[in-house]
Each structure stands twice: as structure tokens, then as C-alpha cells.
Ligand binder design. Structure first.
Ligand SMILES: Nc1ncnc2c1ncn2[C@@H]1O[C@H](COP(=O)(O)OP(=O)(O)O)[C@@H](O)[C@H]1O
Ligand SMILES: [Mg+2]
Length: 220
């Protein structure tokens, strides 16, 4: 990569990563930097951050190749565990719904389509909540592939659906069911009705089992 990245501002400070808006040759990019953890030995820490950075970038690249609307990976800097990616200018789905947007059909349909494209390429997202979806001019982008992984198992795909439904129900109870109906439509338009039925059957099983909180740190 030629030339410096100029830091414009910090967008987000999380437990694992800091997200900054940067400029590179007149282009606005996002830098997602995984921060050192003092409780890990430095060599281990460096390795964990590198691995997670590579893993996240790999999932994004694979998703992009499958046609999933998500940020393009521009550059990786492993010495600082940084992914430079396309800046998706827009609002998070959480913000859009919190502002009381009534016409969410297209957004929900787009989210279902994006999820189906992701699953069809053998990936799951792992953290599919409204804060990890950005809406840009009606287009629905998935971001935050930090917990994404590869699996063709319907179980992992159903967990994505289930987590999305749960977080929508918790945050936006009045519209959640209508929203998910449109998500299913979008999902079915890519993968077909049989895939939707299979997914929903597994979601029911997951609900009955109560298994949804255990994915996270230990899978990496
Ligand atoms: N490519 C991007 N374009 C625009 N905003 C982004 C982008 N990536 C991350 N963000 C912003 O930064 C926040 C945190 O990024 P995220 O990848 O979700 O980190 P974390 O893994 O800590 O949740 C997002 O909720 C979003 O507001
Ligand atoms: Mg996030």
C-alpha cells in the first residue's frame, strides 16, 4: 500500500477492536484495529489478534465473492492487526428501526437475501444483530465478520436466523414478526422454499433446546 493513511476520526471503541475512519489518497476507508490485551502474554496476544484479523478478512472476502453486500477488504496490516476496508456510509439497522422507519420491507428482504447468499457459500455470520447491519440507500450491508466461520451445517445457519429474530424481538417487538416474514421472503428468493422450511425447522429445535448463547470466544 503506497502512502500514509490519515486518521479522520474514531467511529467506535469496543472491547476487542477500535474502528476508525481514515483517508487514503482521497478515499475514505474504515480501519478496524484489534487492540492488545494486557492479560495475554505479548507473543500469544499478537498471534491471537493476527489470527482473528485474518479469519475475519477471509470471511469477508469469501462473502463478497458470493455476492453478499459487505465491505470490500482493501488491505491487511498484520503488525497492527488492522483490516482496512470499504467505508459503508449509512445508518445501522438498529438506528433505522429505532427512528421508527415504517417502510422496512425492502431492507428486511435485502437482509434475507444477504443471509442466504452467505449461507449458500458455506459461511455463517455468527453475530447477526441489527447493529451489525448497515443500511445505505435502501441497500442492506452485513458488517462485523469477527465471529464468522465456515459451515454447511444448517445448525449454524439457523443460529444466525435465530439470533437475528431474538435481537429484533427484544429491541423492536412491534415490528419483529413482520420484519422476519420479509427476511424469510428474501432468503427464499435465493435458496428456495425448501431451504426456508429446513431452516425454520432447525430454528424450532434450537428454541426448544435453548441453545444460542454459547457461540463466541471458544470457537476461534
Ligand atoms: N465498513 C464499515 N463501514 C462503516 N462503519 C463501520 C464499518 N465497519 C464497522 N463500522 C462501524 O463500527 C462499529 C463496530 O464495528 P464492528 O466490526 O461491528 O466491531 P465489533 O466486532 O467490535 O462489534 C459498527 O457497529 C459500525 O458502526
Ligand atoms: Mg459489531
Amino acid at each position: 500500500m503506497v502512502g500514509p493513511f490519515e486518521e479522520l476520526r474514531v467511529i467506535y471503541v469496543g472491547a476487542e477492536a477500535v474502528v476508525k475512519l481514515v483517508e487514503w489518497r482521497g478515499l475514505k476507508l474504515v480501519a478496524k484495529v484489534r487492540v492488545p490485551k494486557p492479560y495475554r502474554r505479548p507473543e500469544v496476544d499478537q498471534q491471537v489478534r493476527s489470527e482473528r484479523t485474518i479469519r475475519e478478512a477471509r470471511a469477508m472476502i469469501r462473502a463478497k465473492r458470493a455476492g453478499v453486500p459487505c465491505p470490500a477488504v482493501i488491505h491487511l496490516e498484520l503488525s497492527t492487526s488492522t483490516i482496512y476496508m470499504q467505508y459503508v456510509e449509512g445508518e445501522s439497522l438498529r438506528a433505522v428501526l429505532a427512528s421508527g422507519a415504517e417502510d422496512f420491507s425492502e431492507i428486511a428482504n435485502g437482509l434475507g437475501t444477504a443471509m442466504a447468499l452467505l449461507h449458500s457459500t458455506g459461511l455463517y455470520h455468527g453475530d447477526l444483530v441489527p447493529a451489525n447491519v448497515i443500511v445505505q440507500e435502501g441497500m442492506t450491508y452485513l458488517i462485523d465478520f469477527g465471529l464468522a466461520g465456515r459451515s454447511d451445517d444448517v445448525e449454524e445457519h439457523a443460529i444466525d436466523y435465530h439470533l437475528l429474530e431474538r435481537s429484533l424481538t427484544a429491541g423492536f417487538p412491534l415490528i419483529a414478526s413482520k420484519f422476519m416474514e420479509k427476511v424469510r421472503e428474501g432468503y427464499g428468493s435465493v435458496l428456495g422454499d425448501a431451504a426456508v422450511s429446513g431452516l425454520l425447522r432447525r430454528v424450532e429445535e434450537i428454541r426448544a433446546r435453548g441453545r444460542y448463547v454459547e457461540r463466541g470466544e471458544h470457537q476461534v
